[in-house]
Design a binder for this molecule. Structure first.
Ligand SMILES: [Zn+2]
Ligand SMILES: [Zn+2]
Length: 272
């Protein structure tokens, strides 16, 4: 198993790079990517430049320490590129990454000034507000998806994980099928992989809601997409590789042959 999306204390994870690697080895994984956040909407607040510099030091040490036992990949989860392209490029050229993930956690045009994991959907939030928010989110993704050089589009339906999985308000990601289709066509064209994020379906804190991964991956496959990565989005050692055996079986049943890991920004296929 290769887990291509995890976090350490170099962003908002609870464990060090070494703790995460040791846990991955104990769980029998073949490889793990540490993909700490570089979110443009909290770039200074999270001391991102120093954290990513430290990540470089930690990852070089971990690659050495686990050589021959576990493949350790150095990644970054780059968020909100268009908010600060200069800062984003500074992070992208700071280190030699194995894999670059692209995400959106914050929608500047929306009426909330918080990232979607911090929005409280109480009675002041109407169903229409939620639909508007999801539309703005997918429009933003569509506008950014070809804006820079990265390898994997991460958790494409992530706001639904919070709004429905955590806050129990209805979303239907497939209402935005037209925009999602445009996004998927663009990543297929550019040979960018699509991440199956297992954090929803296998997490109690997200109500075991999978944010319609299956529908999105059906669409991706129908459009000719084949490059899939698996990401647990683990922020602690317990989450590493969660649900991967089931997800691999699910992908295989859907007609996918391989999933991928990235080393030195090159995709490597692994049979499902
Ligand atoms: Zn994320
Ligand atoms: Zn993440």
């Amino acid at each position: 198993m290769y887990d291509l999306h995890t976090h350490s204390t170099n962003s908002d994870g609870k464990y060090s790079v070494d703790d995460m690697c040791r846990a991955a080895l104990e769980k029998g994984l073949r490889g793990i990517a540490l993909t700490d956040h570089a979110d443009m909407y909290v770039f200074e607040e999270r001391d991102t430049l120093n954290k990513m510099t430290q990540a470089g030091i930690d990852l070089r040490a971990a690659k050495e320490a686990y050589r021959g036992k576990l493949q350790v990949f150095f990644g970054v989860e780059l968020g909100e590129y268009l908010m600060a392209p200069d800062k984003a490029e500074q992070i992208l050229t700071l280190n030699d990454y194995d894999v670059v993930l692209y995400s959106e956690h914050f929608v500047p045009a929306a009426k909330w000034d918080k990232s979607y994991n911090r929005i409280v959907c109480d009675e002041s939030v109407s169903d229409e507000d939620i639909r508007d928010y999801m539309k703005l989110y997918f429009d933003l993704l569509n506008n950014t998806v070809t804006a820079f050089d990265y390898d994997v589009l991460a958790h494409i339906s992530c706001p639904a994980r919070y709004i429905t999985g955590r806050q129990k308000r209805a979303t239907n990601v497939m209402l935005y099928e037209k925009t999602i289709t445009e996004i998927l066509k663009k990543i297929i064209d550019r040979d960018i992989a699509l991440e199956w994020n297992t954090c929803g379906k296998y997490c109690e804190s997200f109500g075991y809601y999978d944010a319609q991964n299956e529908e999105i991956f059906q669409l991706y496959r129908a459009l000719g997409g084949s490059k899939v990565t698996l990401g647990s989005d683990a922020h602690n050692v317990g989450g590493i590789g969660r649900g991967f055996a089931e997800t691999k079986a699910q992908l295989k049943a859907m007609g996918f042959d391989n999933y991928y890991y990235y080393e030195n920004r090159k995709a490597v296929a692994v049979k499902l």
